[in-house]
Design a protein around this ligand. Structure first.
Ligand code: HPA
Ligand code: ZN
Length: 319
């Protein structure tokens, strides 16, 4: 039995497996610039975040209809459930779809067709978090927030993703203020490729409750002290860090030292179809390579529920 866990850092578009990409391409008459899954597989060698994002956005072209988003989410939920995920807080990138001409409603309703039945069909409770693309303008993010207002019964929070360096959190101050005024929870990617100062800014300017990645906090001892003191959860993604070369090898990952320092760490998959594994695979990898013992793994799983946006009574039910 895999350890029950919550997944808090998961981009639904990053769960698009090569086989499903080709299936959806055929269904929608979309031509992919790869002959087959083998050839596509060769494109999964990344130098950094941007080289991954290029492929991630390219393959999204196959997602066109509500049914596509439903199938994508159901495929993820089935895989996650098999690896012990009982609760998933799922990111999606509305602008990556609306800029291709899709309606926001197609994306949200399609995802909801899977998420609405997830507890019954997969035994996984879910939340949906809408991310703004930080390399797009703040005006575009604000327009996206406004366009999402009819769907806010289905959206729990906002996040910030895509190319980090050069796009500091402060760029989205007004958008996050507006999101807070709408009662949305707030998270943001910070300190993946960007400097520790972006983590501080995400906390102080955007008012985030969790930091996605947050890995580079280890470069700033005063920031680590603060994150420990304020018990700010970090949603770490070890296999992603290896594939995007944020760490040299998994053996070099600072997760054990971060836990020893008292940071509230969680382990997540980020974009599992691209980075070589789902949530349970990430747990297995850190156990095998970093030598985390059973107590540490249980701490990671416990942290994942505590850091989730489940309400207290729901949280007890999940565990
Ligand atoms: N970082 C930033 N943006 C992203 C990621 C990531 O790991 N995955 C999908 N969008
Ligand atoms: Zn991410």
């Amino acid at each position: 039995m895999p350890l029950p866990k919550a997944e808090l850092h998961l981009h639904i578009e990053g769960t698009l497996e090569p086989e499903l990409a080709f299936e959806l391409a055929a269904r929608n008459g979309v031509e992919l610039p790869y002959a087959d899954t083998d050839e596509l597989g060769k494109a999964y060698q990344f130098e950094d975040l941007q080289s991954f994002l290029n492929l991630y956005y390219e393959l999204m072209a196959v997602l066109r209809t509500e049914r596509d988003f439903e199938d994508l989410a159901n495929a993820y939920l089935a895989r996650a459930a098999a690896q012990g995920v009982r609760h998933a807080e799922i990111f999606f990138d509305p602008q990556a779809h609306t800029k291709r001409g899709l309606e926001l409603g197609t994306v949200v309703e399609g995802l909801w067709r899977a998420l609405g039945g997830s507890e019954a069909n997969h035994g996984v409770s879910t939340r949906l978090i809408m991310c703004f693309l930080r390399d797009d303008s703040a005006e575009s993010a604000m327009a996206t927030l406004r366009a999402a207002e009819p769907y806010l019964d289905r959206i729990t929070g906002v996040g910030l993703d895509s190319a980090e360096v050069g796009h500091p959190p402060v760029k989205f101050r007004e958008v996050y203020e507006a999101a807070a005024a709408l009662g949305l929870r707030r998270v943001a990617h910070a300190g993946e490729e960007g400097p520790p100062a972006y983590i501080t800014e995400a906390l102080d300017v955007l008012g985030v409750e969790r930091v996605d990645h947050g890995l580079r906090c280890v470069e700033d001892p005063a920031l680590v002290d603060r994150l420990v003191r304020e018990r700010v959860p970090l949603t770490l993604c070890p296999l992603s860090n290896v594939r995007l070369r944020t760490v040299d090898t998994l053996a070099d990952h600072p997760l054990p030292a971060m836990l020893d320092a008292g940071l509230v760490c969680t382990v997540n998959s980020d974009d599992p179809a691209y980075f070589g594994g789902y949530a349970g695979d990430n747990f297995d990898a850190v156990r095998a390579t970093l030598g985390l013992d059973r107590e540490r793994l249980r701490e990671l799983a416990r942290n994942s529920f505590l850091a989730s946006f489940l309400e207290d009574d729901e949280e007890r039910r999940e565990r």
